[in-house]
Design a protein around this ligand. Structure first.
Ligand code: SAM
Length: 276
């Protein structure tokens, strides 16, 4: 339960150093409010309810200079994500060392050292960013998101195949809601993107209802939905993150195996209106 969850007093207290050691600022005089080493850049992408981390692993080479964090409430699942990222980083290091050793052997005796592409495969190639840019953290994102991220800190938030909580009395457990959408709008920067995907059609409509006005009367009244605009199909077709979200998360693979439908909706965070 929550009392066992570690969360920072504020984003300025958050210690990210153990998550992204390759990005620690060499200037030791720069510290967080808790006294930890600072990073050279802020975390910008969040995967809410990351599960086993497939999205992060897929995005890592696409956005090699962007720090991305998965947030997951289940301890064992989060442990798996941390070990997976750790193993990928070590593998990358070994491949690099191997390639360096190979290159120096090549230089010294002019031997032909070609890497067999088929044998290497996609998981054993050196990828941009070496997976140093992804990590996972245990958190209940329904409660502590603004403790981790400052206003406008994030450029992308992903909600992939959220637990559906079908029964009406369980709807309050859904991670898309009016109050949570206000938090997502707070941590996302204007121009930032909120990605959602689900295999449950009813949940997809729930998502649309929570981001888009349903009538002209509702629009005239105004509110938090002023902050969101739906991204067009053409734009989605050109966005590689949508492909990763649709095919590389563990849940998306399960849905593909079962020939299920996938409903994607992405919303752009608009500039703050005057009333904010
Ligand atoms: N996004 C992953 C994927 O597409 O494979 C996992 C989808 S899984 C159906 C939903 C995940 O959200 C679960 O791993 C669950 O533990 C996590 N989750 C549910 N509520 C959460 C919360 N409030 N905070 C963080 N994680 C949560």
């Amino acid at each position: 339960s929550d009392h066992k969850l570690d969360y920072p007093l504020s984003p300025a207290h958050m210690d990210w150093s153990s998550h992204f050691p390759a990005f620690i600022d060499p200037d030791t005089s720069k510290t967080t409010l808790g006294g930890a080493r600072k990073l050279l850049k802020d975390v910008e992408v969040v995967d809410i309810g990351c599960g086993f981390g497939g999205l992060l692993v897929g995005l890592a080479p696409l956005l090699p200079d962007t720090l991305m964090i998965g947030m997951e409430i289940r301890i064992s699942v989060l442990d798996y994500v941390r070990s997976r990222v750790h193993a990928l980083r070590i593998q990358q290091q070994k491949l690099k060392n191997g390639t360096a050793a190979q290159a120096s052997a090549e230089n010294s005796n002019n031997a032909e050292a070609s890497v067999d592409e088929d044998e290497v495969g996609s998981t054993t190639t050196i990828v941009p960013g070496n997976y140093e840019n992804i990590s996972g953290i245990r958190a209940n994102t329904m409660k502590f998101l603004p403790n981790f991220f400052a206003q406008h800190q994030l450029s992308k938030i992903f909600v992939c195949f959220p637990d559906p909580h079908f029964k009406a009395r369980k709807h309050k457990a859904r991670i898309v809601s009016e109050s949570l959408n206000a938090e997502y709008a707070y941590v996302l920067r204007p121009g930032g993107l909120m990605y959602t995907i689900t295999d449950v059609e009813e949940y997809h409509h729930w998502v649309l209802r929570h981001f888009e006005y349903q009538s002209e009367e509702e629009r005239a009244q105004g509110g938090i939905k002023d902050l969101w605009e739906r991204v067009s199909e053409e734009e989605l077709a050109a966005d590689p993150c949508v492909r990763v979200m649709s095919f590389e998360t563990e849940e998306s693979k399960k849905v593909s195996r079962n020939n299920g439908n996938k409903y994607v909706a992405v919303f752009r965070r608009k500039a703050d209106p005057e009333w904010i």
